[in-house]
Design a protein around this ligand. Structure first.
Ligand SMILES: Nc1ncnc2c1ncn2[C@@H]1O[C@H](COP(=O)(O)OP(=O)(O)OP(=O)(O)O)[C@@H](O)[C@H]1O
Length: 272
C-alpha cells in the first residue's frame, strides 16, 4: 500500500534504481518512485535528503550516476542533455524562490518559454497568452507590467507559477511553493494549486515542508529518507507505519496541529 512502485496504473513519472552523487557524497541510492496521472504528490523529507536533486533529475537538469527516469512515456536518462528532451514543453516548473529574470517584467518572464518553444507565435498573441496566464495565477492584470523586485513574496510565487503555466503543461513541478508565505497567503496558494489541478487536469509533483499543504491538497505523500523513497501513501497510510522520521514528522506538534486544522475544516464543511 505504501510501496513507491505502482502496478498496472497510469503512471506519468517512473523512477527506477536512481542513484545520484556529488563526488563521494551519495544523495540517492536505488530510489524508486511512481507518480500517477492526475494526482498531486507531495514529496517530503528532512533538509538535504535530496528532494530538489530528485526533481532536477526528473526534469533532466541533474544527470544521475545510475538508474532510469521516464516521464510521459519518454526516457529522460537516455538524453545527453536537457535540450535533447523533446517533452520539456509538456511540463512547467516553479523553482524555489521563483527564479524570475529580474530585468524582465512579469509578463515578459511568462513570455520566455513561449519564445523558446513557439517562436512562430506573433508578438501580440504571445503577450495575450502571457496576460491570460498572469490572471490564471491569481495576479491582477497590472502585475504583468511590474518587475520582480516590485512584487511581494506571494506575488513572486504567483508570477513564477504563471511562467510555469505558460505552455499549458500536463505536469507541474513545484519546489516549496509556500515557503516564506504567511499562513493566509500559503493557504490561498494551496487552493490555487488545487483549483488549477482540477480545472486543467494537471499532475503535480510538489516538494514541501508545509504540513498544511500536505493535508489540504496532496493525494499521496512520498517520504525521502535513507537515500531513497521509503514510503508513498495517503497520510493515514503513512501514519500506520512505524518509521521514526514519519512518526516524528506527522505526529510531532506541528503535524498534530495541521491534522487538527484539517479536521476542523472538514467538520465545518459537513452539512447538518
Ligand atoms: N550541485 C551540487 N553540488 C554538490 N552538492 C549538491 C548539489 N546540489 C545538491 N547538493 C547536495 O545534495 C544534497 C541534497 O540537496 P537537495 O537540495 O536536493 O536537498 P533537499 O532535500 O531539497 O533540502 P531542503 O529541504 O533543505 O531544500 C545536499 O546535501 C546538497 O548539499
Amino acid at each position: 500500500m505504501t510501496n513507491p512502485v505502482l502496478e498496472g496504473e497510469d503512471v506519468l513519472i517512473r523512477v527506477r534504481d536512481l542513484c545520484n552523487a556529488f563526488g563521494p557524497h551519495v544523495v540517492h541510492e536505488h530510489l524508486d518512485l511512481d507518480v500517477r496521472r492526475g494526482e498531486i504528490i507531495g514529496v517530503v523529507g528532512g533538509s538535504g535528503t535530496g528532494k530538489s536533486v530528485l526533481m532536477r533529475a526528473i526534469i533532466g537538469l541533474q544527470i544521475p550516476t545510475e538508474g532510469s527516469i521516464e516521464v510521459l512515456g519518454q526516457s529522460i536518462t537516455d538524453a545527453r542533455d536537457d535540450h535533447e528532451i523533446s517533452i520539456r514543453n509538456r511540463w512547467g516548473v516553479l523553482f524555489q524562490g521563483g527564479a524570475l529574470f529580474s530585468t524582465l517584467t512579469v509578463g515578459e518572464n511568462v513570455e520566455v518559454p513561449l519564445r523558446e518553444f513557439y517562436p512562430e507565435i506573433g508578438d501580440e498573441l504571445r503577450a495575450e497568452i502571457a496576460r491570460y496566464k498572469v490572471l490564471l495565477s491569481g495576479l491582477p492584470a497590472e502585475a504583468g507590467d511590474k518587475y520582480p523586485a516590485e512584487l511581494s513574496g506571494g506575488m513572486k510565487k504567483r508570477a513564477g507559477l504563471a511562467r510555469a503555466l505558460s505552455l499549458d503543461p500536463e505536469l507541474l513541478f513545484l519546489d516549496e511553493p509556500t515557503a516564506g508565505l504567511d499562513p493566509i497567503g500559503a493557504a490561498a496558494f494551496d487552493q490555487l494549486i488545487l483549483n488549477l489541478q482540477q480545472t486543467l487536469g494537471l499532475t503535480v509533483f510538489l516538494i514541501t515542508h508545509d504540513l498544511d499543504t500536505l493535508y489540504e491538497i496532496c493525494d499521496r505523500v512520498a517520504v525521502l529518507a535513507d537515500k531513497r523513497v521509503i514510503a508513498v501513501g495517503t497520510i493515514p497510510q503513512l501514519l500506520a507505519l512505524d518509521h521514526p522520521w514519519i512518526q516524528e514528522y506527522f505526529n510531532g506538534p506541528r503535524g498534530r496541529a495541521a491534522k487538527a486544522a484539517q479536521e476542523r475544516a472538514a467538520t465545518a464543511g459537513t452539512p447538518g
